[in-house]
Write a protein that binds this ligand. Structure first.
Ligand SMILES: [Zn+2]
Length: 397
């Protein structure tokens, strides 16, 4: 049993977390606005703010005299130069590690190349990258609050276990435990799926940040999905939610890597684009050359992208009817197709959206590029701290 003293401590932590979250979301907010928004007295807010200021989390600006009449209010802001958040992504041939501030600005970045189908090489390089970013000169005055690591497959997040990463050939890899064995002092370590973290980059730092419902398609050779519903990441029962690349679109379509026919991945993925090009021209090219040809207005490439965009729109229209998101984001290499893919997709979405006139659903390409998962992994750490009712660490020593 927690008891009355425990309840009071919990309440205090909740108030502190809410204060921090609101000052982050609305820089310049006043103490009285905070009291109103959280639903507590101004003296309780003042106490929380005083503590958070003493610990280095917040600072007061100058009196804002423009809000007359009445007493001038003092704007509060986050002391975001006092801390950093670290995010990493493991891909087949590279590891990308970034340190960001509370607003998603990249402060430092470390990349390594290798063959990460080899688990011990992946662990060696992850350890080296994290160690070198921790001592990066741009992080000198900052306290590192936590680390997120994204892996290309479903993850049992309670145990930090990568269940299955087919491109890496990994099965049941206890990444969380293995990293902590090497870096036992690492604070707040989270392991999750790369697309789940990519949607978090948008949720925490994107143009539509803090939108309750967001859908992210991470499209490379395959398709990963990240879904935020009611401000919560939707992982499903065992972390397999969002594996939308294998939804059947054409029952008699091309053979997919999973053994079925006509999966979404066979119609719109970088693999699908290059495969169509090969069929039409008998030439094998890579995605960079394909994008160059698109920029040069190559008619075959334009037609292939247009068709992929149509199928993407048919697919997204159906998903939008199920989930009713505010925003759908296209990430991964596919985002580089830009309007060439968005325009035909949008047309199909609006044809198929039930009650189209009652809602506006935005379709955008991800602005974080190849850093999306790593930035989102860091964003997840920050989100966790803002939700957390545990004691916050002091930033000043
Ligand atoms: Zn499939």
């Amino acid at each position: 049993m927690r008891g009355i003293a425990g309840e009071k401590t919990l309440l205090k932590r909740l108030n502190r977390a809410a204060t921090l979250r609101l000052v982050w979301q609305e820089p310049g907010i006043s103490r009285s606005a905070l009291a109103e928004r959280i639903g507590i007295t101004k003296s309780t807010v003042s106490q929380s703010v005083a503590e958070l200021e003493a610990e280095g989390w917040l600072e007061s600006g100058n009196n804002d005299l423009s809000t007359a009449p009445g007493r001038p209010s003092i704007p509060l802001k986050l002391n975001h130069q006092n801390f950093a958040l670290i995010g990493a992504e493991i891909r087949v041939k590279d590891i990308n590690v970034v340190a960001v501030d509370a607003y998603g600005t990249v402060l430092a970045q470390v990349q390594q190349h290798g063959d990460y189908r080899n688990v011990s090489q992946a662990l060696d390089h992850l350890e080296q990258s994290i160690r070198s970013i921790l001592v990066h000169p741009h992080l000198e005055q900052r306290r590192v609050l936590g680390v997120g690591i994204g892996a290309p497959g479903p993850v049992d997040t309670a145990q930090g276990l990568v269940l299955h990463a087919p491109n890496l050939g990994w099965k049941r890899i206890a990444l969380h435990t293995m990293i902590l064995e090497r870096l036992p002092d690492l604070p707040n370590l989270h392991v999750d799926n790369d697309a789940n973290f990519a949607v978090f980059a948008e949720y925490m730092f994107g143009q539509y940040k803090q939108s309750a419902d967001l859908m992210y398609l991470y499209i490379e050779t395959g398709i990963g999905g990240g879904l935020i519903l009611g401000h919560q990441l939707h992982r499903g029962r065992r972390g397999f939610a969002g594996e939308i690349g294998h939804m059947t679109i054409l029952p008699n379509g091309s053979r997919c890597s999973c053994g079925n026919q006509g999966c979404a991945e066979t119609l719109f993925s970088t693999w699908a684009l290059l495969e169509s090009y090969q069929k039409e021209t008998n030439q094998t090219i890579n995605i960079e050359t394909f994008l160059e040809k698109l920029r040069a207005q190559d008619p075959v490439v334009k037609r292939i992208v247009h068709k992929a965009g149509m199928y993407l729109g048919i697919f997204l229209g159906s998903l939008a009817n199920v989930f009713d998101p505010k925003l759908m984001i296209i990430g991964g290499s596919f985002a580089q197709l830009g309007n060439n893919i968005l325009e035909p997709a949008e047309k199909e979405i609006h044809k198929r959206l039930f009650g189209d006139e009652f809602r506006s659903i935005a379709l955008e390409t991800c602005v974080f590029g190849t850093n999306a998962s790593a930035i989102g992994a860091a964003g997840f750490v920050w989100h966790d701290i803002l939700q957390n009712t545990e004691e916050l660490p002091a930033l000043k020593h």
